[in-house]
Design a protein around this ligand. Structure first.
Ligand code: PHB
Length: 386
Protein backbone atom coordinates (compact mmCIF):
# COMPACT_ATOMS: atom_id res chain seq x y z
CA UNK A 1 0.00 0.00 0.00
CA UNK A 2 2.84 2.31 0.80
CA UNK A 3 3.56 2.52 -2.91
CA UNK A 4 0.17 4.06 -3.68
CA UNK A 5 0.49 6.38 -0.68
CA UNK A 6 3.84 7.43 -2.14
CA UNK A 7 2.14 8.16 -5.42
CA UNK A 8 -0.40 10.51 -3.85
CA UNK A 9 2.29 12.29 -1.85
CA UNK A 10 4.44 12.61 -4.94
CA UNK A 11 1.51 14.01 -6.90
CA UNK A 12 0.79 16.61 -4.24
CA UNK A 13 4.40 17.74 -4.10
CA UNK A 14 4.11 18.61 -7.78
CA UNK A 15 6.47 21.54 -7.91
CA UNK A 16 9.29 19.70 -6.22
CA UNK A 17 8.91 16.45 -8.15
CA UNK A 18 12.47 15.15 -8.15
CA UNK A 19 13.77 11.95 -9.73
CA UNK A 20 13.65 10.33 -6.30
CA UNK A 21 10.01 11.17 -5.68
CA UNK A 22 9.16 10.17 -9.24
CA UNK A 23 10.63 6.73 -8.53
CA UNK A 24 8.56 6.59 -5.36
CA UNK A 25 5.48 7.53 -7.39
CA UNK A 26 5.36 4.13 -9.07
CA UNK A 27 2.20 2.08 -9.01
CA UNK A 28 3.02 -1.61 -9.05
CA UNK A 29 0.89 -3.57 -11.52
CA UNK A 30 0.65 -7.35 -11.74
CA UNK A 31 -0.22 -8.30 -15.30
CA UNK A 32 -1.74 -11.77 -14.91
CA UNK A 33 -2.38 -13.28 -18.34
CA UNK A 34 -1.97 -16.50 -20.31
CA UNK A 35 1.30 -16.26 -22.21
CA UNK A 36 1.20 -20.01 -23.00
CA UNK A 37 -1.56 -22.43 -23.98
CA UNK A 38 -4.75 -22.16 -26.02
CA UNK A 39 -5.29 -18.45 -25.11
CA UNK A 40 -1.65 -17.25 -25.36
CA UNK A 41 -2.31 -14.95 -28.35
CA UNK A 42 -5.16 -13.34 -26.42
CA UNK A 43 -2.88 -12.59 -23.48
CA UNK A 44 -0.25 -11.02 -25.74
CA UNK A 45 -2.89 -8.86 -27.40
CA UNK A 46 -4.28 -7.59 -24.07
CA UNK A 47 -0.71 -6.82 -22.99
CA UNK A 48 -0.11 -4.81 -26.21
CA UNK A 49 -3.32 -2.79 -25.71
CA UNK A 50 -2.43 -2.09 -22.08
CA UNK A 51 1.02 -0.83 -23.01
CA UNK A 52 -0.45 1.40 -25.72
CA UNK A 53 -2.68 3.14 -23.16
CA UNK A 54 0.28 3.87 -20.88
CA UNK A 55 2.39 5.11 -23.80
CA UNK A 56 -0.34 7.35 -25.16
CA UNK A 57 -0.77 8.92 -21.74
CA UNK A 58 3.01 9.36 -21.43
CA UNK A 59 2.87 7.41 -18.18
CA UNK A 60 5.01 4.31 -18.75
CA UNK A 61 7.50 5.41 -16.07
CA UNK A 62 4.82 5.72 -13.47
CA UNK A 63 3.90 2.05 -13.54
CA UNK A 64 6.14 -0.88 -12.64
CA UNK A 65 4.81 -4.00 -14.34
CA UNK A 66 5.34 -7.58 -13.16
CA UNK A 67 4.10 -10.20 -15.64
CA UNK A 68 2.90 -13.68 -14.66
CA UNK A 69 1.61 -16.51 -16.86
CA UNK A 70 -1.64 -18.29 -15.84
CA UNK A 71 -1.16 -20.96 -18.54
CA UNK A 72 -5.03 -20.93 -18.66
CA UNK A 73 -5.01 -23.19 -15.57
CA UNK A 74 -7.04 -22.16 -12.49
CA UNK A 75 -4.58 -23.49 -9.84
CA UNK A 76 -1.63 -21.86 -11.65
CA UNK A 77 -3.55 -18.57 -11.90
CA UNK A 78 -4.30 -18.61 -8.18
CA UNK A 79 -0.67 -19.38 -7.26
CA UNK A 80 0.51 -16.53 -9.50
CA UNK A 81 -2.04 -14.08 -8.04
CA UNK A 82 -0.79 -14.94 -4.54
CA UNK A 83 2.80 -14.47 -5.63
CA UNK A 84 2.05 -11.07 -7.21
CA UNK A 85 0.40 -9.82 -4.03
CA UNK A 86 2.50 -11.47 -1.34
CA UNK A 87 5.98 -11.40 -2.92
CA UNK A 88 5.87 -8.63 -5.50
CA UNK A 89 3.53 -6.46 -3.41
CA UNK A 90 1.59 -5.17 -6.40
CA UNK A 91 -1.00 -2.43 -5.84
CA UNK A 92 -3.36 -3.75 -8.50
CA UNK A 93 -3.80 -6.86 -10.66
CA UNK A 94 -4.79 -6.46 -14.31
CA UNK A 95 -5.70 -9.28 -16.68
CA UNK A 96 -7.30 -12.74 -16.58
CA UNK A 97 -8.56 -14.31 -19.78
CA UNK A 98 -10.25 -17.51 -18.63
CA UNK A 99 -13.48 -17.54 -16.62
CA UNK A 100 -12.13 -20.63 -14.84
CA UNK A 101 -9.04 -18.74 -13.65
CA UNK A 102 -11.15 -15.75 -12.57
CA UNK A 103 -13.37 -18.08 -10.54
CA UNK A 104 -10.25 -19.46 -8.84
CA UNK A 105 -8.69 -16.09 -7.89
CA UNK A 106 -11.91 -14.26 -6.88
CA UNK A 107 -11.87 -15.11 -3.15
CA UNK A 108 -8.15 -14.42 -2.84
CA UNK A 109 -8.26 -10.88 -4.30
CA UNK A 110 -11.44 -10.09 -2.36
CA UNK A 111 -9.90 -11.30 0.92
CA UNK A 112 -6.53 -9.65 0.27
CA UNK A 113 -8.36 -6.44 -0.72
CA UNK A 114 -6.34 -5.98 -3.87
CA UNK A 115 -8.07 -4.20 -6.77
CA UNK A 116 -8.47 -6.43 -9.82
CA UNK A 117 -9.22 -4.99 -13.27
CA UNK A 118 -10.59 -7.85 -15.36
CA UNK A 119 -9.42 -7.41 -18.95
CA UNK A 120 -11.17 -10.40 -20.49
CA UNK A 121 -12.60 -13.28 -18.39
CA UNK A 122 -16.39 -13.01 -18.65
CA UNK A 123 -17.37 -15.22 -15.66
CA UNK A 124 -20.86 -13.91 -14.81
CA UNK A 125 -20.48 -14.69 -11.11
CA UNK A 126 -17.56 -12.26 -10.64
CA UNK A 127 -19.94 -9.34 -11.25
CA UNK A 128 -23.02 -11.26 -10.06
CA UNK A 129 -23.47 -13.57 -7.08
CA UNK A 130 -19.72 -13.45 -6.26
CA UNK A 131 -19.11 -9.77 -7.01
CA UNK A 132 -16.62 -7.75 -4.97
CA UNK A 133 -15.90 -4.08 -4.55
CA UNK A 134 -12.30 -4.99 -5.42
CA UNK A 135 -13.25 -6.44 -8.82
CA UNK A 136 -13.99 -4.11 -11.74
CA UNK A 137 -14.52 -5.57 -15.19
CA UNK A 138 -13.73 -3.48 -18.26
CA UNK A 139 -14.19 -6.34 -20.77
CA UNK A 140 -17.68 -7.96 -20.78
CA UNK A 141 -19.67 -10.60 -18.97
CA UNK A 142 -20.43 -13.87 -20.72
CA UNK A 143 -24.17 -13.24 -20.50
CA UNK A 144 -23.90 -9.65 -21.73
CA UNK A 145 -22.24 -10.56 -25.03
CA UNK A 146 -24.53 -13.48 -25.90
CA UNK A 147 -28.00 -12.59 -24.62
CA UNK A 148 -28.76 -10.07 -27.42
CA UNK A 149 -28.26 -12.79 -30.05
CA UNK A 150 -31.32 -14.71 -28.78
CA UNK A 151 -33.84 -12.15 -29.99
CA UNK A 152 -31.71 -11.12 -32.96
CA UNK A 153 -31.54 -14.62 -34.45
CA UNK A 154 -35.24 -15.21 -33.79
CA UNK A 155 -36.00 -11.99 -35.67
CA UNK A 156 -34.05 -13.38 -38.64
CA UNK A 157 -36.56 -16.25 -38.83
CA UNK A 158 -34.39 -18.87 -37.10
CA UNK A 159 -36.48 -21.22 -34.93
CA UNK A 160 -34.32 -24.28 -34.10
CA UNK A 161 -30.74 -23.99 -32.84
CA UNK A 162 -28.10 -26.49 -31.71
CA UNK A 163 -25.36 -25.18 -29.37
CA UNK A 164 -21.73 -26.20 -28.84
CA UNK A 165 -19.05 -24.81 -26.48
CA UNK A 166 -16.01 -25.90 -24.48
CA UNK A 167 -16.88 -27.54 -21.18
CA UNK A 168 -15.90 -24.89 -18.64
CA UNK A 169 -17.52 -21.86 -16.99
CA UNK A 170 -17.31 -19.53 -20.01
CA UNK A 171 -18.68 -22.09 -22.47
CA UNK A 172 -21.62 -22.96 -20.24
CA UNK A 173 -22.44 -19.34 -19.40
CA UNK A 174 -22.12 -18.02 -22.97
CA UNK A 175 -24.37 -20.55 -24.66
CA UNK A 176 -26.59 -20.64 -21.55
CA UNK A 177 -27.33 -16.91 -21.84
CA UNK A 178 -27.98 -17.21 -25.57
CA UNK A 179 -30.25 -20.25 -25.12
CA UNK A 180 -32.31 -18.57 -22.41
CA UNK A 181 -32.88 -15.45 -24.53
CA UNK A 182 -33.61 -17.51 -27.67
CA UNK A 183 -36.22 -19.59 -25.83
CA UNK A 184 -37.77 -16.45 -24.38
CA UNK A 185 -38.07 -15.06 -27.89
CA UNK A 186 -39.96 -18.22 -28.91
CA UNK A 187 -37.15 -20.36 -30.33
CA UNK A 188 -36.24 -23.98 -29.55
CA UNK A 189 -32.85 -25.44 -28.59
CA UNK A 190 -32.88 -28.83 -30.32
CA UNK A 191 -29.65 -30.09 -28.73
CA UNK A 192 -26.39 -29.08 -27.05
CA UNK A 193 -22.93 -30.47 -26.41
CA UNK A 194 -19.90 -29.39 -24.39
CA UNK A 195 -16.48 -30.37 -25.70
CA UNK A 196 -13.53 -31.09 -23.36
CA UNK A 197 -11.76 -27.73 -22.88
CA UNK A 198 -8.13 -27.44 -24.08
CA UNK A 199 -8.23 -31.09 -25.20
CA UNK A 200 -10.58 -31.31 -28.19
CA UNK A 201 -8.87 -31.39 -31.54
CA UNK A 202 -11.40 -33.26 -33.61
CA UNK A 203 -14.82 -31.63 -33.63
CA UNK A 204 -16.10 -34.12 -36.25
CA UNK A 205 -18.19 -36.33 -33.94
CA UNK A 206 -19.85 -33.28 -32.36
CA UNK A 207 -20.62 -31.74 -35.74
CA UNK A 208 -22.13 -35.00 -37.01
CA UNK A 209 -24.41 -35.14 -33.97
CA UNK A 210 -25.38 -31.47 -34.38
CA UNK A 211 -26.29 -31.94 -38.02
CA UNK A 212 -28.39 -35.01 -37.24
CA UNK A 213 -30.55 -32.91 -34.86
CA UNK A 214 -31.78 -30.93 -37.89
CA UNK A 215 -31.32 -27.33 -36.62
CA UNK A 216 -31.87 -24.15 -38.67
CA UNK A 217 -28.57 -22.87 -37.28
CA UNK A 218 -25.70 -23.73 -34.93
CA UNK A 219 -24.63 -21.28 -32.19
CA UNK A 220 -21.23 -21.74 -30.54
CA UNK A 221 -18.63 -20.16 -28.30
CA UNK A 222 -15.01 -20.98 -29.08
CA UNK A 223 -11.99 -18.71 -28.77
CA UNK A 224 -8.27 -18.72 -29.57
CA UNK A 225 -6.79 -21.94 -30.98
CA UNK A 226 -10.07 -23.81 -30.49
CA UNK A 227 -11.95 -21.21 -32.59
CA UNK A 228 -9.52 -21.64 -35.48
CA UNK A 229 -9.87 -25.45 -35.45
CA UNK A 230 -13.65 -25.33 -35.06
CA UNK A 231 -14.37 -22.88 -37.88
CA UNK A 232 -12.06 -24.72 -40.29
CA UNK A 233 -13.58 -28.10 -39.49
CA UNK A 234 -17.12 -26.72 -39.75
CA UNK A 235 -16.28 -25.92 -43.35
CA UNK A 236 -14.16 -28.96 -44.20
CA UNK A 237 -16.77 -31.42 -42.87
CA UNK A 238 -19.21 -29.88 -45.36
CA UNK A 239 -21.72 -28.61 -42.79
CA UNK A 240 -21.25 -24.95 -43.65
CA UNK A 241 -23.03 -25.40 -46.95
CA UNK A 242 -26.21 -26.66 -45.18
CA UNK A 243 -26.43 -25.05 -41.75
CA UNK A 244 -25.37 -21.44 -41.02
CA UNK A 245 -22.97 -20.81 -38.14
CA UNK A 246 -23.59 -18.15 -35.48
CA UNK A 247 -21.86 -17.51 -32.21
CA UNK A 248 -20.28 -15.15 -29.78
CA UNK A 249 -17.91 -12.88 -31.69
CA UNK A 250 -14.73 -14.36 -30.21
CA UNK A 251 -15.30 -17.18 -32.71
CA UNK A 252 -14.23 -14.94 -35.57
CA UNK A 253 -12.05 -12.46 -33.68
CA UNK A 254 -9.99 -10.20 -35.96
CA UNK A 255 -7.01 -11.48 -33.96
CA UNK A 256 -7.13 -14.87 -35.71
CA UNK A 257 -9.90 -14.73 -38.33
CA UNK A 258 -7.36 -14.70 -41.15
CA UNK A 259 -5.97 -17.99 -39.85
CA UNK A 260 -9.50 -19.39 -40.26
CA UNK A 261 -9.57 -18.09 -43.83
CA UNK A 262 -12.53 -18.47 -46.22
CA UNK A 263 -14.21 -20.88 -43.75
CA UNK A 264 -15.10 -17.82 -41.63
CA UNK A 265 -16.80 -15.90 -44.44
CA UNK A 266 -20.50 -15.37 -43.78
CA UNK A 267 -20.36 -16.36 -40.10
CA UNK A 268 -22.51 -13.99 -38.00
CA UNK A 269 -21.57 -13.31 -34.37
CA UNK A 270 -21.90 -10.64 -31.67
CA UNK A 271 -19.33 -8.75 -29.65
CA UNK A 272 -18.71 -5.51 -27.75
CA UNK A 273 -16.01 -4.33 -30.17
CA UNK A 274 -14.99 -4.68 -33.81
CA UNK A 275 -12.28 -2.59 -35.47
CA UNK A 276 -14.74 -1.35 -38.12
CA UNK A 277 -16.75 0.82 -35.68
CA UNK A 278 -16.88 4.13 -37.51
CA UNK A 279 -16.24 6.79 -34.86
CA UNK A 280 -13.38 9.28 -34.42
CA UNK A 281 -12.32 7.57 -31.17
CA UNK A 282 -12.09 4.18 -32.84
CA UNK A 283 -10.38 5.42 -35.98
CA UNK A 284 -7.67 7.01 -33.82
CA UNK A 285 -7.28 3.81 -31.79
CA UNK A 286 -7.06 1.59 -34.88
CA UNK A 287 -4.40 3.85 -36.34
CA UNK A 288 -2.35 3.93 -33.12
CA UNK A 289 -2.58 0.15 -32.68
CA UNK A 290 -1.68 -0.49 -36.31
CA UNK A 291 1.34 1.79 -36.02
CA UNK A 292 2.51 -0.31 -33.10
CA UNK A 293 1.71 -3.84 -34.29
CA UNK A 294 1.00 -3.64 -38.02
CA UNK A 295 -2.44 -5.19 -37.62
CA UNK A 296 -5.99 -4.10 -36.76
CA UNK A 297 -6.85 -4.29 -33.06
CA UNK A 298 -9.20 -6.96 -31.78
CA UNK A 299 -11.57 -6.93 -28.81
CA UNK A 300 -8.69 -8.23 -26.68
CA UNK A 301 -6.55 -5.23 -27.64
CA UNK A 302 -9.30 -2.78 -26.70
CA UNK A 303 -9.86 -4.56 -23.39
CA UNK A 304 -6.17 -4.19 -22.49
CA UNK A 305 -6.24 -0.59 -23.66
CA UNK A 306 -9.35 0.23 -21.62
CA UNK A 307 -7.88 -1.52 -18.57
CA UNK A 308 -4.89 0.83 -18.94
CA UNK A 309 -7.11 3.87 -19.41
CA UNK A 310 -9.25 2.98 -16.41
CA UNK A 311 -6.16 2.49 -14.26
CA UNK A 312 -4.70 5.81 -15.38
CA UNK A 313 -7.96 7.66 -14.66
CA UNK A 314 -8.18 6.09 -11.21
CA UNK A 315 -4.57 6.92 -10.34
CA UNK A 316 -4.93 10.47 -11.64
CA UNK A 317 -8.00 10.95 -9.46
CA UNK A 318 -5.63 10.77 -6.48
CA UNK A 319 -6.52 7.31 -5.11
CA UNK A 320 -4.12 6.83 -2.19
CA UNK A 321 -4.95 3.32 -1.01
CA UNK A 322 -6.02 0.04 -2.57
CA UNK A 323 -9.56 0.68 -1.37
CA UNK A 324 -9.60 4.17 -2.88
CA UNK A 325 -8.20 2.77 -6.11
CA UNK A 326 -10.95 0.12 -6.23
CA UNK A 327 -13.67 2.77 -5.68
CA UNK A 328 -12.14 5.09 -8.27
CA UNK A 329 -12.03 2.26 -10.84
CA UNK A 330 -15.73 1.66 -10.35
CA UNK A 331 -16.49 5.28 -11.31
CA UNK A 332 -14.60 5.34 -14.60
CA UNK A 333 -16.61 6.57 -17.59
CA UNK A 334 -15.62 7.78 -21.08
CA UNK A 335 -16.24 7.34 -24.79
CA UNK A 336 -13.54 5.07 -26.15
CA UNK A 337 -12.92 2.89 -29.21
CA UNK A 338 -15.97 0.70 -28.56
CA UNK A 339 -18.36 3.64 -27.91
CA UNK A 340 -19.63 5.13 -24.64
CA UNK A 341 -18.62 3.00 -21.65
CA UNK A 342 -19.24 3.22 -17.92
CA UNK A 343 -19.03 0.89 -14.97
CA UNK A 344 -22.39 -0.26 -13.59
CA UNK A 345 -22.48 0.70 -9.87
CA UNK A 346 -24.78 -2.29 -9.20
CA UNK A 347 -22.26 -4.91 -10.39
CA UNK A 348 -18.91 -3.27 -11.30
CA UNK A 349 -19.32 -4.71 -14.81
CA UNK A 350 -18.94 -2.46 -17.85
CA UNK A 351 -22.07 -1.18 -19.64
CA UNK A 352 -21.57 -1.08 -23.41
CA UNK A 353 -23.01 -1.58 -26.89
CA UNK A 354 -23.11 -5.06 -28.41
CA UNK A 355 -22.46 -5.23 -32.15
CA UNK A 356 -23.79 -8.05 -34.35
CA UNK A 357 -21.33 -8.50 -37.21
CA UNK A 358 -20.79 -10.63 -40.27
CA UNK A 359 -17.30 -11.70 -41.29
CA UNK A 360 -16.82 -10.75 -44.93
CA UNK A 361 -14.02 -10.54 -47.47
CA UNK A 362 -12.26 -7.15 -47.42
CA UNK A 363 -9.40 -5.58 -49.33
CA UNK A 364 -6.61 -6.82 -47.08
CA UNK A 365 -8.17 -10.07 -45.80
CA UNK A 366 -11.35 -10.74 -43.82
CA UNK A 367 -13.19 -7.86 -42.18
CA UNK A 368 -16.22 -7.20 -39.98
CA UNK A 369 -19.49 -5.77 -41.32
CA UNK A 370 -21.74 -4.48 -38.52
CA UNK A 371 -25.32 -5.67 -39.17
CA UNK A 372 -26.95 -4.69 -35.85
CA UNK A 373 -26.26 -2.72 -32.68
CA UNK A 374 -27.87 -3.19 -29.28
CA UNK A 375 -27.06 -0.15 -27.15
CA UNK A 376 -25.94 0.13 -23.52
CA UNK A 377 -26.30 -3.54 -22.56
CA UNK A 378 -26.10 -4.13 -18.79
CA UNK A 379 -26.57 -7.21 -16.61
CA UNK A 380 -29.16 -7.66 -13.87
CA UNK A 381 -27.32 -7.71 -10.49
CA UNK A 382 -28.05 -11.46 -10.08
CA UNK A 383 -27.48 -11.31 -6.36
CA UNK A 384 -24.59 -8.83 -6.38
CA UNK A 385 -24.53 -6.47 -3.40
CA UNK A 386 -21.73 -3.94 -3.41
C1 PHB B 1 -13.46 -16.74 -20.73
O1 PHB B 1 -12.99 -17.81 -20.31
O2 PHB B 1 -14.15 -16.00 -19.99
C2 PHB B 1 -13.20 -16.31 -22.12
C3 PHB B 1 -12.08 -16.79 -22.80
C4 PHB B 1 -11.83 -16.36 -24.10
C5 PHB B 1 -12.68 -15.47 -24.69
C6 PHB B 1 -13.79 -14.97 -24.03
C7 PHB B 1 -14.05 -15.41 -22.72
O3 PHB B 1 -12.44 -15.04 -25.93
Amino acid sequence: MSKLKGLAAGALALAALSTASAAEAETRVGLLLPYAGVYAALGEEIDAGFQLALEEAGMTDEFAIVREDTEVKPPVGLAKARKLVLEDEVDVIVGLVSSGVLGAVRDFVDGAQVPLIVANAGNDDATGSRCSKYITRVSFSNGQVNRPMGQWMYDQGIRKVYTLAPDYAAGRQMVGAFAEAFRQAGGEIVGEDFTPFRKTQDFGPYLTKAKAAGPDAIFVFYAGGEAISFVKQYDSFGIKADIPLYGSGFLTSPLYVNAEGPAAEGVVTALHYVPTIDTPENRAFVEAFRARTDRAPSEYAVQGYDAGRALIEAVKSGADSREALASALAKVTYTGPRGPVKIDPATNNIVQNIYVYETIKGDGGLTQKIVGTVEAVADAPNGCKL
